[in-house]
Design a protein around this ligand. Sequence first.
Ligand code: TLP
Length: 344
Amino acid sequence: MGKKYIDLRSDTVTRPSEGMRKAMYEAEVGDDVFQEDPTVNKLQEFAAELLGKEAALFVSSGVMGNQLCLRVHTNPADEVICERDAHIFQYESGSPAVLSGLQLMPVEGRMGVITPEQIEPNIRPVSAYYMPRTKVIALENTHNRAGGTVQPMDNIVNVKALAKKYNLRYHLDGARLWNASAATGIPVKEYASHFDSVSCCLSKGLGAPVGSIIAGTKDFITEAFRVRKAWGGGMRQIGILAAAGLYAIQNNFERLKDDHKHARLLAETIDEIPVFEIDMDSVQTNIVIFKPLKNSVEDVIEKCRNEGLLLSEGKPGYLRAITHLDAGYEDILNAIKTLKNLFK
Ligand code: TLP
């Protein structure tokens, strides 16, 4: 990039640290299509244990993780209920339709949360042969577009009861489940225990260069392994990538709390700038979503970029800043200075 930027566009922009690169260099590898890569197997066993599931599978991305889970849970023409701003609905390139022949039923939530009362009227009656069949309820924790909000545990449990009542599968897009856990102190295992399947990214706040983990029952993961291969996702000596993932979980999970403090600091400044509007209640983890009242989103992005600060669009009409392990305290102070100089 040449010029040094403070890059808060996403927590996906981090680069592998020296320690991580060393772990990758030293990783023992084998052919993972034969399930013979010792480092991949170690990561999968470690992740299954951490998430309290029978088995786990290392996959290339968050999108692949979510889509594999949806595929294994469903048949073509089934329907998946999710929140209107869910990643699977907004940002996965329509892949539920393309890869699995699915239709999504988005339900408008509040701060990313949909309650049983909101969900239940959207469940199709089994007798209605002329309607799609509801098969899955999917939640997102933390919820990206809502501003990194954490799903309240009582609602997770209540929605699970609803899923059970209608014999629906329950999926969690836990791309940033690590952040939810760091914010609440609730172990990822406890969150995951309520879902049939969970997908967690290693390449976001944890700082790995690539990869996600999905977890579920042994049978579920066996089927996901088969579909991953069919989708061209069977890779060979990927222990070098799994080593980064293992390193990420073991070394970068605890420090997510720093990212949350940084996001709070940034949000407090934004809250003091009259040309921005921010819902401080939504700032619960490492994402800050705010609305420019005078300038367009593009204009703010451009002005900040000229001063060395990179932001992104959070959703139409809104800006997004995400804190992560490559943006330290000094960087956040500089970002704050830039925003104040430009807009206050
Ligand atoms: N989110 C990306 C963009 O796609 C918006 C980001 O910069 O935040 N679930 C959630 C909740 C996500 O936020 C993302 C990525 C994914 C799934 C997909 O992960 P990848 O990009 O690894 O396929």
